[in-house]
Ligand binder design. Structure first.
Ligand SMILES: *Cc1c(COP(=O)(O)O)cnc(C)c1O
Length: 375
């Protein structure tokens, strides 16, 4: 079966006459467990929940590839998923290689708590596979491609092979493309990590994350971390996420096509000082992105002259909702430097294309750029 069919069907409940085609959320702390608990599927809901099981098997369908199966574990946020890999893998004295431009909160967690606990960090940029020179003796290589918010690309297969030669495990924060747009596990990563708050669920109404693996022993390590740290997703969020996943193929196809058209339009506008979108042939990582991505993602970044111009542009737009997330059905944008922490110009805008009609988006962006030029 092709992706869209497989994903949509995987969100349905196993057919039982008279039962719903899509089960509701299971709200439970404890399950009936008389006598011997050996082999009982559900006992206590910090360990397992049938709504997670349904969501995890649907996510595993997306993470699986030709010739391999995947397993997934869900978490209450993308950061909880990142933390599960850091916490389950890193021990005092270990070296973790991290992109200098990886997601801000992941960097903060490692630079703060983990460094204080005796983990050594080595940092290098995402572009040009710069991390490859820092792998000797490393325990974990953390990658993010495209990186957020600067959309740099690295060659995941090349870096994963080099890391494995050095005896390191490899995790990819795959939030921006989603596993439908890029398969880290097929490219050799040990962990595919995602904030499912973004495109995976796509409605900006819940936080969630997941970690997928091909290796049952690594899966067990992550599951052990989740059960004993108590970092668990609520059943209502799990159910909403499962419901949202059915439209992922449709949403991603439209939002990536819209992002490509917006990037092509911005490339023609003289006010746009720099523009990053892996789908543009002018992007330095385009050739690698074409090889390793099935779609180039909904997110693009561009710089206007300065902070005032960027603010005037966003204020003049009617269809770019200012919000600090991405991957929603509606288009969002923000002046990213307002948060600090990333090496980007003051006029840098991160834009996440939604599923609206592209002509409305292009007309709105055109008029907002004109208004900003007059301001
Ligand atoms: C948002 C995001 C995260 C963190 O996810 P939350 O769901 O907000 O905890 C991690 N990595 C990347 C690349 C993200 O965009």
């Amino acid at each position: 079966m092709r992706d869209a069919t497989r994903i949509i069907r995987s969100t349905m409940t196993v057919a039982r006459p008279g039962e719903p085609t899509h089960d509701g959320p299971v709200f439970a702390a404890a399950f009936h467990t008389p006598g011997d608990v050996e082999g009982v599927a559900y006992t206590y809901a910090r360990s397992h929940n049938p709504t997670w099981t349904a969501l995890e098997s649907a996510i595993a369908e997306i993470e699986a590839g030709p010739g391999y199966e995947a397993q997934a574990l869900v978490f209450p946020s993308g950061m909880a998923a990142c933390m599960a890999v850091f916490g389950a893998v890193l021990r005092p004295g270990d070296v973790c290689v991290l992109p200098t431009n990886s997601y801000f909160s992941a960097r903060l967690l490692l630079q703060g708590y983990f460094t204080e606990m005796g983990i050594q960090l080595r940092q290098a940029p995402t572009a040009n596979d710069a991390q490859i020179d820092h792998l000797e003796g490393a325990r974990l290589l953390w990658l993010e491609s495209p990186s957020n918010p600067t959309l740099e690309i690295c060659d995941i297969a090349r870096l994963a092979a080099a890391a494995h030669r050095s005896g390191a495990l490899v995790a990819v924060d795959n939030t921006t493309p989603t596993p439908l747009g890029q398969s880290p596990l097929a490219l050799g990563a040990d962990f595919s990590v995602s904030s499912d708050t973004k495109s995976m669920t796509g409605h900006c109404d819940l936080l969630a994350g997941h970690v997928a693996t091909r290796d049952p022993a690594l899966h067990a390590k992550i599951e052990h971390w989740r059960t004993y740290s108590g970092s668990i997703l609520g059943p209502m969020e799990a159910w909403l996420a499962l419901r949202s996943l059915a439209t992922l193929p449709l949403r991603l196809e439209r939002s990536c096509a819209n992002a490509q058209r917006i990037a092509e339009y911005l490339a023609l506008r003289p006010e746009v000082a720099s523009l990053g979108y892996p789908g543009l042939p002018t992007h330095p990582g385009h050739a690698i992105a074409r090889r390793q991505m099935r779609s180039f993602g909904p997110v693009l970044g561009f710089a206007l002259k300065d902070r005032a111009t960027a603010e005037a542009f966003l204020a003049a737009s009617h269809l770019l909702t200012q919000a600090t997330s991405f991957g929603a059905v509606y288009t969002t944008a923000e002046r990213r430097a307002r948060w600090g922490g990333d090496a980007i110009p003051e006029g840098y805008i991160r834009l996440s294309a939604g599923c609206e009609d592209i002509d409305d988006l292009l007309e709105d962006i055109a008029q907002a750029l004109d208004a900003a030029a007059r301001a």
